[in-house]
Design a protein around this ligand. Structure first.
Ligand SMILES: NC(=O)c1ccc[n+]([C@@H]2O[C@H](COP(=O)([O-])OP(=O)(O)OC[C@H]3O[C@@H](n4cnc5c(N)ncnc54)[C@H](OP(=O)(O)O)[C@@H]3O)[C@@H](O)[C@H]2O)c1
Length: 304
């Protein structure tokens, strides 16, 4: 469920005494590209924000402010979907700090359940809600297929009761794809989350076509291979047809490649740098790359 400003404020509960600093009106008038969630038709921006490592800053006040600045830039650039997990240390609480400080107009909250003991799933979800400081998540995903049968039953039950809008399941770096395929074929899930980038394209053969066929939204994690792809490419010349792609640098080309796959709903790069947020959100403007430009991007990167 997409949280409206008043719902966020209500969700913050006993906050009468709190100083709410509203997110400034969008700093740049970017028309962020959106894609539909197939199960409802709801549109979401094609670039979201990850939180693994970057938002695991503990109680360090300065680092928490830096993360809030990342969130401020994200929201003011038209971003909505933030992804986290109880696996990410203090990341959920850092997001909660930013939500409380910024009171964003809309947020698409994507979190996960990640615990071996199925009976502990609901308690973990309650703690996650508390950390974010909201009343309900937009999307709950079973993290890395862990205890998936039991957790999926819990999440689908929550969905039936209106306690969460969307249900999904995640994996990364190509792990357990054949099992994921079986789940996609048999279970009424709204989302999957997988790794996909110009060099890691395993999902193209079966997972992405199946998602399109079954009407399942796709969130892409690791669009930059955890930053390694950008580090490896930044010393290389950009292709001389870069202006045709709508990108101005490697990060944007990589991101635009990923979100331009028709079956991909959004990518969720993580960053601790507001300038990178602006660049990443700007990658979701203009029009999507054509299949021909995507093919040339693969060939070019593979030739380096
Ligand atoms: N199984 C799962 O459910 C699963 C697994 C993996 C990841 N995830 C989710 O997916 C998110 C993204 O994956 P990830 O964090 O592993 O890796 P990633 O997004 O591929 O890469 C993150 C790295 O890219 C750098 N970066 C971001 N934007 C940049 C830009 N414009 N220019 C240069 N560098 C840039 C960041 O450094 P700076 O801080 O310097 O910008 C950061 O080190 C995670 O945070 C998490 O939310 C889920």
């Amino acid at each position: 469920m997409e949280w409206k400003r008043r719902e966020c404020l209500a969700a913050l509960g006993s906050m009468a005494a709190m100083t709410v600093v509203p997110v400034q009106a969008r700093t740049q008038d970017l028309q962020v590209l959106e894609k539909p969630i197939p199960s409802t038709g709801e549109m979401i921006p094609a670039v979201g924000l990850g939180s693994w490592i970057t938002f695991n800053v503990g109680d360090d006040a300065e680092l928490k402010e830096e993360c809030a600045a990342v969130m401020q830039t994200f929201f003011s650039s038209g971003g909505k979907l933030i992804d986290s997990s109880p696996m990410y240390g203090s990341a959920q609480a850092t997001i909660g700090y930013g939500v409380k400080k910024l009171a964003p107009e809309t947020i698409f909250s994507a979190d996960k359940v990640w615990i071996s003991d199925a009976a502990s799933g609901p308690g973990q979800i309650a703690r996650s809600l508390d950390a974010w400081g909201i009343q309900a998540f937009s999307l709950l995903q079973v993290h890395n297929l862990l205890t998936w049968q039991e957790h999926l039953a819990t999440l689908l039950d929550m969905k039936a009761k209106g306690q969460v809008k969307y249900v999904g399941i995640t994996t990364s770096e190509g792990r357990r794809h054949s099992e994921l395929e079986k789940i996609m074929a048999a279970q009424p899930i709204d989302f999957i989350q997988v790794s996909y980038n110009v060099l890691d394209r395993e999902v193209e053969s079966r997972i992405l076509p199946l998602a399109a066929e079954r009407g399942i939204a796709v969130i892409v994690n690791r669009p930059f291979r955890q930053g390694d792809l950008i580090d490896d490419l930044e010393g290389e010349a950009l292709p001389d047809w870069i202006s045709d792609t709508g990108a101005t640098n490697w990060a944007q080309l990589l991101l635009r490649f990923t979100i331009s796959h028709p079956a991909v709903t959004c990518a969720i790069p993580a960053t601790s740098n507001p300038g990178h947020v602006r660049e990443n959100m700007a990658a979701a403007t203009g029009s999507f790359m054509t299949p021909e430009l995507r093919r040339r991007t693969i060939e070019y990167v593979e030739s380096l």
